[in-house]
Design a protein around this ligand. Structure first.
Ligand code: FPP
Length: 232
């Protein structure tokens, strides 16, 4: 039996879920946010150690202002309420992405939550907010280049380990499984460096309908693949 240690989830299909019901797109996001608790509980119960949620990509800033504003308020509420419940349960919460692009109160909340939970280790939730893997890789390259310029680092010392330690995912094990909902089979700039050896699970189920059972299905599928390929 092999349970993935780290599962990354591309939560897609909120807009289509709402559209199918004649509701505004934001109603799909709201239903999608409610779903998070169930899926995180399922992951924890199964024994997954880390879940990274792609909640807002760097490209998502280009969506209509009204949708972005609604999402920002949802994040604000999520950090204030749901995350506090997770913290009470001993969950570590951290954030990857361009934190500086958010309103100051959100940045403060993120910093506070991270420092409050940094030593908790039963379960780790990583929220990818204003995240894009290419941007993250580029940032790492620039930091490394500066260190070489300053003579702090020699170019021949740059190996994969050194490089990884400059990404925002430093210290987090690489994902074993990436789930994408809503029938799209793209990676969309999510954890490009880190997913080098990940398995992929694409499902047509829209994110607001992706419940505990659907998550368990993804894990079972992963376990079967591990057995088929003779891995431990
Ligand atoms: C993709 O669906 C989803 C998003 C861009 C936002 C994800 C946000 C949530 C699941 C809820 C809020 C999260 C937190 C952490 C509170 P889409 O809008 O691209 O759907 P579509 O492809 O059907 O249009």
């Amino acid at each position: 039996m092999s349970i993935p240690v780290h599962v990354g989830i591309i939560m897609d299909g909120n807009g289509r879920w709402a559209q199918k019901r004649g509701l505004p797109r934001t109603a799909g996001h709201k239903k999608g946010a409610e779903n998070l608790k169930k899926v995180l509980n399922a992951a924890r119960k199964i024994g997954v150690k880390v879940v990274t949620l792609y909640a807002f990509s760097s490209e998502n800033w280009a969506r209509p202002k009204e949708e972005v504003d609604t999402l920002m308020n949802m994040f604000r509420e999520y950090l204030k309420n749901d995350i506090q419940d997770l913290i009470k349960e001993g969950v570590r919460v951290s954030f990857i992405g361009e934190r500086e692009r958010f309103d100051y109160d959100l940045q403060e909340q993120m910093n506070l939550i991270e420092s409050k939970t940094k030593d908790l280790n039963s379960f780790h939730v990583v929220l990818a907010l204003s995240y894009g893997a290419r941007g993250d890789i580029l940032k790492a390259v620039k930091t490394i280049a500066k260190k070489v310029e300053q003579g702090v680092l020699k170019s021949n010392e740059i190996d994969m380990f050194q490089f990884s330690s400059h990404l925002s995912t430093v210290g987090i094990p690489d994902p074993d499984l990436i789930i994408r909902t809503s029938g799209e089979s793209r990676v969309s700039n999510f954890l490009l460096w880190e997913l080098a050896y990940a398995e992929f699970y694409f499902t047509p189920v829209l994110w607001p309908d992706f419940n505990e059972e659907e998550f368990e299905k993804a894990i079972k599928d992963f376990e079967l693949r591990q057995r088929r390929f003779g891995k431990v």
